[in-house]
Design a protein around this ligand. Structure first.
Ligand code: NAI
Length: 388
């Protein structure tokens, strides 16, 4: 996987164009294809604007911008991918459509070519099964916007050749990214471990513990999160955020830990999707929302501890189930969703016994499986061990 590797990108939408830019900036020739004829020219025009902005900001010289743009070649047909050594798919998020593409690619490219999918929610193993060469298929999950977000989740499927994750990890480092390797499980790392940030905050609101602006305020002030959960759901779009939660919950056979929120569902039904519709949890037509309640220190701590305990439990359980290493679990949350600290390093500050006790109190109070502490956290509490 040297610099003369030609990268094929299929799908010239938001993610495909971003990935093409990253690959071109890393020095590769890129072949870009989209099923919609006007998508690639439109994407290349967009790229021109993006690169011009980078030149204006002094981040690229005019010559560098021209070189990067010139490295991306539009493809009229999927057959143009035959010469590529690494293909990255960023098409519509539908399993049958992706399987059809991987079936076609599998019989088109050379035996050493790598077939990667940028899926956020589908099983890499299921996508790979459709291609004639599942051992060359892998997940390469970039975050939006791909040129700016450092995290890439590298996801081998069940049949992926063992050397492939390491090769792609090394390549992503060369592209200036922060790669992590994780198992092919629903939500991979970030979309799984981050669920309680939204879900538990929605529960706090639903129970009337505090209003949304207050919960946001507390998690930023006391938790150190860059954005509060409600403003973040409004930014992501409640339709998208709700769909991710629902897909993770369904993929885990309705595990109550990931149960979607009725409050958010109503929000989606009413078309209050967030910033993009001018109204979500907050109204974006006027001034920014201000907390209506100045939380006392006890309430602020209770909110923060409940959300953090659920996040830490999720990360601990992912480690327990060997989804990724502790280092990669922590790196993913810092680089994929800008958490101020890795959750496992954070857990060590007060120790596993503290977090297991917070969860046990919740479990006692609610009697819901949602609050079960991970066996790993419980074991560490018993033995007094830390993650690091
Ligand atoms: P998008 O809708 O912006 O772009 C998808 C492009 O794929 C469109 O231009 C469409 O014409 C093209 N396309 C659809 N079917 C095709 C086919 N069979 N062959 C060739 N081209 C085809 O979508 P976006 O947001 O770029 O997402 C693409 C993939 O990346 C999805 O799998 C999504 O889950 C994943 N993803 C999206 C993120 C996001 O924040 N938007 C983040 C990380 C992953």
């Amino acid at each position: 996987m040297s610099e003369d590797l030609i990268v094929g990108v299929i799908g010239a939408g938001t993610m495909g164009l971003g990935i093409a830019q990253v690959a071109a900036q890393a020095g590769h020739r890129v072949v870009l294809f989209d099923a919609r004829k006007d998508a690639v020219p439109a994407a290349l025009a967009n790229l021109g604007d993006t690169l011009a902005r980078l030149v204006a900001k002094g981040k690229l010289s005019e010559e560098q911008a021209r070189t990067v743009h010139g490295r991306i070649v539009p493809a009229e047909e999927l057959g143009a991918m035959a010469s590529c050594g690494l293909l990255i798919e960023a098409i519509v998020e539908q399993l049958p459509v992706k399987q059809e593409l991987f079936r076609a690619l599998g019989s088109m490219v050379g035996p050493q070519a790598v077939l990667a999918s940028n899926t956020s929610s589908l099983s890499i193993t299921a996508i790979a099964a459709a291609s004639a060469r599942p051992e060359r298929v892998i997940g390469l999950h970039f975050f939006n916007p791909a040129p700016l977000m450092p995290l890439v989740e590298v996801v081998p499927g069940l049949a992926t050749a063992p050397a492939l994750p390491l090769e792609l990890h090394a390549l992503m480092l060369r592209w200036g990214k922060s790669p992590v390797v994780c198992k092919d499980t629903p939500g991979f790392i970030v979309n799984r471990v981050a669920r309680p940030f939204y879900g538990e905050s929605l529960r706090l609101f639903e129970e009337g513990v505090a209003d949304m602006a207050t919960i946001d305020h507390v998690l930023k002030q006391q938790g150190g999160f860059r954005m509060g959960p409600f403003e973040l759901m409004d930014l992501i779009g409640n339709d998208i955020n709700f769909a991710v939660t629902r897909s993770v919950w369904e993929a885990f056979f309705n595990d109550p830990r990931y149960k979607p929120s009725l409050i958010q569902q109503r929000q989606v039904e009413s078309g209050r999707l967030g910033r993009k519709t001018g109204r979500g949890f907050f109204d974006y037509s006027g001034a920014a929302a201000v907390p209506t309640l100045q939380p006392g220190p006890e309430l602020a701590t209770a909110i923060t501890e409940r959300v953090l305990a659920m996040l830490i439990n999720e990360a601990a359980d992912a480690l327990f189930l060997q989804v990724a290493t502790k280092e990669d679990l922590d790196l993913a949350m810092r680089k994929g969703v800008n958490y101020p600290k890795g959750l496992l390093a954070w857990a060590d500050e007060q120790g596993a016994a503290h977090w297991a006790a917070v969860l046990d109190d919740l479990y006692q109070e609610y009697g819901e499986d949602r609050y079960r502490a991970s066996p790993l956290l419980r074991r560490m509490a018993r033995t007094g061990t830390t993650f690091y």
